[in-house]
Design a protein around this ligand. Structure first.
Ligand SMILES: Nc1ncnc2c1ncn2[C@@H]1O[C@H](COP(=O)(O)OP(=O)(O)OP(=O)(O)O)[C@@H](O)[C@H]1O
Length: 596
């Protein structure tokens, strides 16, 4: 699975258009906006106090020259007061920005999740969910850093640079000009150099990540590695990667060495040059005293450091603008018409007559391939309709269309004579249940997993459903019974046990239309018997659409549809289809029964 690091986030161009878009984020700040603006005031105050610091330090040094102790005391006290103020302002600035950011981000996270969970299946069939997830978390953490620190730091450095230059100009215009000529150039060179080094750092990280993937893959598939006696191959693969890491890391280290030499030579060289020139000017009387010179050097250091930091912060802000754009793209995707609130009214029961009339369909991600062509069939209330056919024929697609996961291309699907697109979506799905091929249980207790079919179910109803689904006995055998945790941190249930939980879940939902997707395809005969019994109970009094591979389980279906390459090529009862000369069903049936 691809993992996005913040380093990988693409930047967006900063122009009025992209900034305007990014500012929509304030919509999610709701009644916390004032914190951001109050934070800005504290930011301004912190920068102002920071700017007073070098000036006062200079004045303090002048007291040495003038041997003025009482003034020195006053200034030292002033400096302490300023430090105190700066500490207080900084505290409020940081707390306010963090408070604003966390509140806004929690609103954004919530809005994102709410929208994502409501997006139609067509959205998910075009996106890799793991990638989407790690992308969103990288985007959100970029926004978190930017809004809680980077913007404020960027503005603070900006104020320090402008303010610093104004004060420098007032101390000595000549010296300022000289400083302007060298410091920004060196600072910018340092930034470019730094970026280059970071690139090497990132390359090393990527290679380390690649090597970790090798370890992960081989340890997860260790039985495969051993069965193929391919230990030597994996060792070689890992060794090569490790060698690459060393090469790149050493190269990066060299550049870091150059960088350190560059900083010592140029940056400190510049400070020496400014100090030397300042001393010359002081001796000539063009700068007033040593104190001014000290202030000058301190301001220069401030400005140099700010120049260094501001470029990196600008890049961070560009990334945050890109992140906001992507987050908004997801927020603006059109969701399904789902309320996503607990239902107040009960589901309006439908009877369960289903009709597919001339249905054609292509998946939105592969429009050129027609998966279903001219599909026609009827399922009367209470009937069992089986769909069989080769892999990839489109059997599961039929169930997805009935659940309205995708919009059909042409034709119509009717439920109780009414077009499924005229139903309230929640109501339609509220009348259906699916027992899928791979039952996914949520990481909670068995009780919670069964109650997923009807969160309002009583204890007795849950137990009754478990009994009917042949699940009660194995659940009762666990020390914690219905409170047993399942999923990653709990017990691992077998395929058959999981299916019986899914059947109990479906029983609780009490649907009019039931979809069974190859529910018995991967079970041993004992488990299959238990599941099959539970399914018989479940199917009673409902319309069932059974997608099956094993023909033995569908012999008594009211109707069997044979799907071939997206078309229904045969239709009838088991007996009728068996009698078709050269029929697909007949062939399939001969194959399966001669094997078993
Ligand atoms: N989300 C999707 N996006 C694009 N194509 C898809 C998608 N899901 C299925 N398909 C394609 O649609 C065709 C029918 O798939 P479907 O899963 O309905 O077949 P199936 O008969 O149920 O197969 P199996 O018995 O192997 O489960 C296949 O060619 C498959 O590749």
């Amino acid at each position: 699975m691809a993992r996005f690091q913040e380093n990988d986030l693409p930047k967006a161009k900063l122009n009025s258009n992209s900034l305007q878009k990014a500012l929509r984020i304030f919509k999610y700040a709701k009644n916390h906006k004032w914190k951001f603006f109050l934070g800005l005031i504290f930011l301004f105050l912190t920068s102002a106090t920071a700017l007073a610091f070098p000036k006062l330090m200079g004045m303090l040094v002048d007291c040495v020259t003038n041997k003025d102790l009482s003034k020195a005391n006053e200034i030292a006290l002033g400096l302490m007061v300023i430090l105190g103020l700066q500490a207080i302002f900084s505290f409020f600035r940081i707390s306010l920005f963090v408070n604003f950011t966390e509140n806004s981000l929690s609103n954004i996270r919530f809005a994102l999740y709410e929208n994502l969970i409501k997006l139609p299946m067509s959205f998910y069939s075009q996106k890799r969910v793991g990638e989407l997830n790690s992308r969103i978390s990288a985007d959100i953490s970029q926004l978190q850093d930017t809004f809680s620190t980077t913007i404020a730091e960027f503005l603070r450095q900006f104020i320090l640079i402008i303010g610093g230059f104004v004060i420098l100009g007032s101390i000595s215009p000549k010296l300022t000009l000289m400083m302007l000529a060298i410091v920004p150039i060196v600072a910018v060179a340092a930034v470019i150099f730094g970026r280059f080094i970071r690139k090497y750092g990132k390359k090393t990280q990527d290679k380390v990540a690649e090597s970790q993937v090798i370890v992960e893959e081989t340890l997860q598939g260790i039985s495969n590695v051993k069965a193929f006696a391919n230990e030597w191959y994996e060792i070689q693969r890992y060794k090569n990667k490790i060698r690459e890491i060393v090469k790149i890391a050493i190269k990066g280290g060299q550049y870091r060495g150059y960088f350190a030499s560059f900083i010592i030579l140029c940056l400190f060289g510049c400070v020496v040059a400014v100090v030397w020139y300042g001393i010359t000017l002081t001796i000539k009387g063009e700068v007033e005293g040593v104190g001014d010179l000290i202030s000058f050097v301190l301001y220069t250091t401030f400005i140099g450091a700010s120049f260094g930091g501001i470029a990196e912060m600008y890049a961070q802000i560009q990334k945050a603008v890109g992140a906001t754009e992507r987050v908004f793209e997801l927020l603006e995707e059109t969701p399904e018409e789902i309320n996503a609130k607990p239902r107040l009214s009960a589901v309006e029961k439908i009877k369960g007559n289903v009709a597919f009339n001339n249905v054609a369909f292509s998946y939105p991600s592969r429009k050129e391939v027609q998966v279903l062509k001219d599909v026609n069939f009827n399922a009367e209330f209470g009937q069992k309709i089986a769909i069989v056919g080769p892999s990839g024929a489109g059997k599961s697609t039929i169930s997805s269309l009935l659940l309205r996961f995708y919009d059909i291309t042409s034709g119509e699907i009717l439920v109780d004579g009414k077009n499924i697109y005229d139903y309230d979506l929640e109501n339609l799905r509220g009348n259906m249940s699916i027992v899928p091929q791979d039952v996914i249980l949520f990481g909670g207790t068995i009780r919670e997993n069964i109650a997923y079919g009807n969160p309002n179910a009583s204890e007795e109803e849950i137990i009754a459903a478990a009994k009917q689904a042949n699940a009660f006995n194995f659940v009762d055998g666990f020390p914690e019974k219905f409170e047993t945790l399942v999923g990653e941190r709990g017990v691992k249930l077998s395929g058959g046990q999981r299916q019986r939980i899914a059947i109990a879940r479906a029983l609780l939902k009490n649907p009019s239309i039931l979809i069974l997707d190859e529910a018995t395809s991967s079970l041993d005969s004992e488990s299959e018997k238990l599941v099959q019994e539970a399914l018989e109970v479940l199917m009673e009094g409902r319309t069932s659409i059974i997608i099956a591979h094993r023909l033995s389980t569908i012999r008594n279906a009211d109707k069997i549809l044979v799907l071939d390459n997206g078309r229904i090529s045969e239709e009838g009862t088991h007996q009728e289809l068996i009698n078709l000369e050269n029929g697909i069903y007949k062939n399939l049936s001969n194959l399966q029964f001669s094997n078993s």
